[in-house]
Design a protein around this ligand. Sequence first.
Ligand SMILES: [Zn+2]
Length: 178
Amino acid sequence: MNTAMKLNTDCKSCRSHLADLLLDDACLASHPELEQHLASCSGCRTELHELRSTFALLDEYAAPEPSPFFDTRLHARLREAVAAEPESLWERMRSFLLFSTGRSFQPAVACALALVLLVGGSGTFLQLHNLQHGGANTASSATINDLKVLDNNAQEEQQMNQLLDTSGSADEDTPPAS
Ligand SMILES: [Zn+2]
């Protein structure tokens, strides 16, 4: 707010007491200088009035009640999930790529491309490795290695997304200078 620069010390003290004025009815009685200031300063009066309206609105707001069947359904789904077979790596990868949303989507695409390159690269490397050592039984272990690489990549991708999310939200949560 640009007007913050123009606030005099009375206004500053008044604004710092706004919460008390709002929540404590006895505050005005114990701070007659605030009452005096509010009578003469329209800026602070408006500020207090707007805060009061906001709080009145919040008082009116009633949080919606969850459906009576919510708990039953949730518990049924939890039991199903516990009883179900653990998801395979591919299932987890698929749901991660499918359901990662919004901000995390772009890095996800970038990571998916990097992943393709990595898998292609490591596949070639493993093929060369196999050729050099001439192992017949290494074909299955090569697949397992690829899966491990994929798993590690998915974990790193998630960590990266978390980092991006926290740094992004930190910027948004910065309160505007008042
Ligand atoms: Zn004022």
